[in-house]
Design a protein around this ligand. Structure first.
Ligand code: ADP
Ligand code: MG
Ligand code: ZN
Length: 491
């Protein structure tokens, strides 16, 4: 029997407001425990929540960017449960009437576009954080830090439109890109400002009804999401092949072992006893405000990709790589700007320069950043420095191969390209006399090959170019060298 997976994701994104969602406390990450709290977020009796308007604005931004409908009236609800990190005994969330619903985003997997539906995006507050004994000297205690209690979140719930782990990761990456582009969430998975629960079920291919789902938690990187989903799909297939039944439960991903383990079954699931929050009025947003927010939206990843293809004439693959992060896209555009005058912007022939810059970034720069575990944001080479290097190639001072070595040195030492070239004596040899000398020595050392070439074995052309290049330690100007080899070995 062949099976197909059905996956729906629930994403929690922490909004980048300065203050919490129902009080004025700071949301800054990393402060000393319990220094950013007040009677409201500590859940003291008699206090009243006041909604943070910026948090609503950010939620609306995300809704607009994901084609969601925005409800002019929505309701906050109490989600009741007891836990030490939740001083009120309930979380303020939205339930029946969320702020926004019924949207979608388009993702691309293996070259094919796919639309993933978004069921709803609602607003809620975060809980505090429990710190368990092992990180402290006295392992007998757990500690609670309420700095995070009341920090604004949006929960983005997808339709069960996702069919495998790759699509899940692409969907998550696209969501995160949009949030980061909108500057409403930092997208940091390790610090927990972008968290994902995955609902996974399987069904025989061709069957319409969904199977019973398991909900996976505790995956704090894209790789873990992918691994957890893959493990879970295989686990469910095995259960069914063995004649068993998948039960509805919550499972935790153990990243050390690469497995999911049962946390609680449906029977132990919470009954949250949702009811409308009596301390907050229904949230009303008017069309004029929505229009104003719409007008303030920045260029989104998909739009930027399209513009890069159109304006710079680079392939859509390049645009996809460059626009994967806003910083990298900015880096590219800064390079193009610095390159200006060399004709990088524009149509036709001039786009060769734009593609050249793209090649440098996609190739050498991303390779070094990856080795270094860095993103464009922390790139030690400034755009103008990269452009200086590219211009040295354009001017014929160094060749492409040498430029790559120089770039690595520039990346690692922070030196200027000119300085590295000078220091290491890497200036390209374009002088015909000097190159002839080396070439003649190569020909003299390989008389058999020279004779064969003259007799018509044209393949040997690259042999002579290669040997001469090697003898100059890669510093020969390839155009000049090609010309000289042709001249010297002319029939
Ligand atoms: P619950 O009430 O258990 O939280 P929801 O209906 O709210 O379930 O759905 C939560 C998430 O699970 C959504 O992202 C949804 O797309 C997904 N989902 C629902 N049913 C299934 C299923 N059978 N298999 C996989 N995912 C599912
Ligand atoms: Mg749910
Ligand atoms: Zn507070």
């Amino acid at each position: 029997m062949k099976y197909e997976a059905v996956i729906g994701l629930e994403v929690h994104a922490q909004l980048l407001t300065n203050s919490k969602v129902f009080c004025g406390c700071s949301t800054k990450f990393g402060a000393e425990a319990n220094t950013q709290v007040c009677p409201v977020c500590l859940g003291m009796p008699g206090t009243l929540p006041v909604l943070n308007k910026t948090a609503v604005e950010y939620a609306i931004k995300m809704a607009l960017a994901t084609h969601c409908r925005i409800n002019n009236k929505s309701i906050f609800a109490r989600k009741n449960y007891f836990y030490p990190d939740l001083p009120k005994g309930y979380q303020i969330s939205q339930y029946n009437e969320p702020l926004t619903q019924k949207g979608y985003i388009d993702i691309e997997v293996n070259g094919a576009e796919k639309r993933i539906g978004i069921t709803r995006i609602h607003m809620e507050e975060d809980a505090g954080k429990l710190l368990h004994g092992e990180s402290y000297e006295d392992a007998d205690f757990s500690f609670v830090d309420l700095n995070r209690a009341g920090v604004p979140l949006i929960e983005i719930v997808s339709e069960p439109d996702i069919r495998n782990s790759e699509e899940a990761v692409e969907y998550l990456k696209s969501l995160r890109d949009i949030l980061v582009y909108l500057e409403i969430c930092d997208g940091n998975m390790e610090e927990g400002s972008f968290r994902c629960d995955a609902n996974v079920s399987i069904r025989p291919v061709g069957q319409k009804e969904f199977g019973t789902k398991a909900e996976l938690k505790n995956m704090n990187s894209f790789r873990f999401v992918q691994k957890a989903i893959e493990y879970e799909i295989n686990r469910q297939i095995e259960v069914i092949e063995d004649g068993g039944k998948v039960i509805q439960e919550t499972r935790l991903f153990d990243s050390d072992k690469g497995v999911t383990v049962s946390m609680r079954s449906k029977e132990e699931a919470h009954d949250y006893r949702y009811f409308p929050e009596p301390d907050l009025l229904p949230l009303q947003v008017d069309e004029a405000w929505i229009e104003k927010i719409k007008a303030s939206l920045p260029e989104l990843p998909a739009e930027k990709r399209e513009r890069f293809v159109k304006d710079y004439g680079i392939p859509s693959y390049d645009a996809g790589v460059l626009c994967a992060s806003k910083e990298l896209a900015n880096y590219y555009e800064e390079c193009i700007e610095k390159y200006e005058g060399q004709g990088a912007r524009g149509k036709g022939q001039e786009t060769a320069a734009a593609k050249n810059v793209s090649n440098w970034i996609m190739g050498e720069l991303l390779r070094l950043l990856k080795e270094d575990n860095k993103e464009a944001k922390g790139c030690p080479v400034q755009p103008e420095t990269l452009v200086k290097l590219i211009k040295m190639v354009d001017a014929g001072t160094i060749n492409q191969k040498t430029a790559k070595e120089v770039f690595e040195e520039v990346y690692k030492t922070g030196k200027e390209p000119e300085a590295v070239v000078k220091e290491k004596g890497l200036v390209q040899i374009s002088d015909e006399g000097a190159l002839f000398k080396v070439l003649d020595a190569v020909i003299a050392a390989n008389p058999k090959e020279a004779a064969e070439y003259k007799a018509g074995k044209e393949k040997l052309f690259t042999f002579f170019v290669g040997q001469t290049m090697k003898a100059t330690k890669g510093q020969a100007n390839p155009q000049v060298l090609n010309k000289l080899v042709k001249e010297r070995l002319a029939k």
